[in-house]
Ligand binder design. Structure first.
Ligand SMILES: Cc1cc2nc3c(=O)[nH]c(=O)nc-3n(C[C@H](O)[C@H](O)[C@H](O)COP(=O)(O)OP(=O)(O)OC[C@H]3O[C@@H](n4cnc5c(N)ncnc54)[C@H](O)[C@@H]3O)c2cc1C
Length: 451
């Protein structure tokens, strides 16, 4: 297989020299094989080795560590579970929505603990999250969400009025915001490389440029076939997220949806001064197809989200979309007039894994108790997929725990229908979300980027 330069997949992947590790050197036998070298796979490897140093663990990554969403994301370690609180509560009930939120808080804490314990240099800043509204309908949505959080017992989630939010981050468009103290922003690729180093220090082996072509799940041990050799494993973890088309059992559970990002040159004081943003909060808006934005360590504005793409049949590698990137740039200038004329230096994109009900799912595949998977973190998997490494550890080790009893572990995932119905359904859901956003923004010009 030909490998392009992974560094063109995101700005983050250029921010540190990274020499990929070796591919699988030939046939091997291990206790646990993990397919996929993103946060999920690496965190699972680290956690298993920390708990059971006697077990041999090998991670097999098709490209390089961080090649997938883990090296391309916005770098928000946040509490969002599924689409939003209202949808999660409607689907699973209030008690489970509260359980999900408590879990997500522990996931945000887990990232902070990991970064501190393993001394991962990833520009980690815990400044909280502002979910901003720029229309009356957005603000009403935020008011109702904050009330809902308060009813569930999360009194530290606050509603900020327009003056308060503009005193923190000054956009003339902001009418109000929800403030959630549980959010950090970080450099996602540095986090992923740091996680890899931690897993290796703990004794896991990471093979890069080792695409898994086939898994024979009925054999004992399980046979994992790559062009460089075969791995025989007692247990197998599938951590391939949105890149799971090669495995029908996972492909049916979620659709790969592409989301896009743009980034400016470093902002000098004439541009950043009028905005303020001293608290370096992560910011999202109150849309369904959110825009999310933040500052980097060297004061670039990163903006992602808005419109998304789903392609019939899966992943044609469409990481770039001229129209969506232009919309994101226009939206940044619309929000912050001091950015007029700023240079956008980077554009990229990548796939997230979206189940039909937009809620994450992980658990045991089949009934043999030997194969495990995780998918469906949508665009909110930085903290969750790292925490999922602890859940997968307990599943692999066969230990029942509070983590394995979480309601979304081993939940029934409603499968997507086969193509072409899958395409029709994915577009219908996306178009429904877009229509709802347009309704909430009627009469407000917010750049061409309406998603
Ligand atoms: C543009 C973008 C922005 C995002 N922003 C945020 C954000 O700000 N906050 C947030 O919480 N979440 C965000 N997300 C989501 C978050 O990045 C993901 O949920 C998370 O990184 C998923 O990690 P993972 O390890 O499960 O998957 P990935 O990081 O996608 O890893 C899967 C890996 O599996 C490998 N693989 C696939 N097939 C094979 C095979 N056959 N053999 C071997 N290896 C294989 C891939 O190469 C890949 O490296 C964003 C995602 C994208 C794309």
């Amino acid at each position: 297989m030909e490998h392009g330069d992974f560094r063109d997949k995101s700005y983050w992947l250029t921010t540190r020299a990274y020499e990929p590790g070796p591919p699988l050197p030939g046939d091997r036998t291990v206790d646990v094989a993990i397919v996929g070298g993103g946060y999920t796979g690496l965190s699972t490897a680290l956690e298993i080795r920390r708990a059971r140093p006697d077990l041999s663990v090998a991670v097999l990554e098709a490209e390089v560590v961080g090649f997938g969403a883990s090296g391309r994301n916005g770098g928000f370690a946040m509490t969002l579970f599924g689409l939003d609180l209202a949808v999660t509560a409607a689907r699973f009930g209030d008690a489970r929505a509260a359980e999900a939120h408590r879990h997500m808080r522990s996931a945000v804490d887990a990232v902070g603990e990991l970064v501190g314990r393993e001394r991962i240099d990833c520009d980690y800043t815990r400044g909280g999250l502002l979910v901003v509204g720029f229309t009356r309908a957005h603000v009403e949505r935020l008011e109702s969400e904050v009330e809902h959080f308060h009813r569930l017992g999360f009194g530290d989630i606050e509603l900020w009025d327009g003056a308060r939010v503009r005193a923190a981050v000054d956009s003339p468009r902001y009418l109000g915001a929800k403030h959630d103290p549980f959010c950090a922003v970080l450099n996602p690729a540095k986090l992923c490389w740091g996680l890899r180093d931690a897993a290796v220090r703990a004794g896991a082996t990471v093979y890069e440029r080792t695409p898994v072509a086939e898994v024979r799940l009925r054999e004992d041990p399980i046979r994992v076939v790559t062009p460089h050799g075969t791995v025989r494993a007692g247990k197998l973890v599938l951590a391939t997220n949105a890149f799971s088309r090669w495995l029908p059992a996972l492909h049916r559970k979620a659709a790969p949806v592409f989301t896009y990002v743009v980034m400016t040159e470093p902002l000098d004081t004439t541009r950043l001064g009028p905005i303020g943003w001293k608290g370096r909060q992560g910011i999202e808006d109150a849309r369904n197809l959110v825009h999310y934005y933040r500052l980097t360590a060297d004061d670039r504005l990163v903006m992602g989200g808005g419109a998304v793409n789903y392609f019939r049949g899966g992943l044609p590698g469409a990481d770039l979309d001229e129209r969506i990137h232009a919309d994101l740039e226009a939206h940044a200038r619309w929000l912050f007039p001091s950015l007029e004329g700023v240079r956008f230096t980077h554009r990229w994109g990548g796939p997230v894994s979206v189940p039909l009900d937009m809620a994450p799912a992980l658990g045991t595949l089949g009934d043999g108790g030997r194969v495990f998977y995780s998918l469906g973190c949508v665009g909110h998997g930085v903290s969750l997929s790292i925490k999922n490494g602890e859940v997968l550890r307990d599943l692999v080790l066969g230990e029942e725990s509070d983590l394995t009893r979480l309601f979304f572990v081993n939940r029934r995932v409603v499968p997507f229908p086969p193509e072409p119905l899958r395409w029709v359904l994915a577009h219908a859901i996306r178009d429904g979300l877009v229509l709802h956003d347009r309704w909430a923004e009627r009469g407000v010009r917010q750049g061409p980027g309406t998603g």
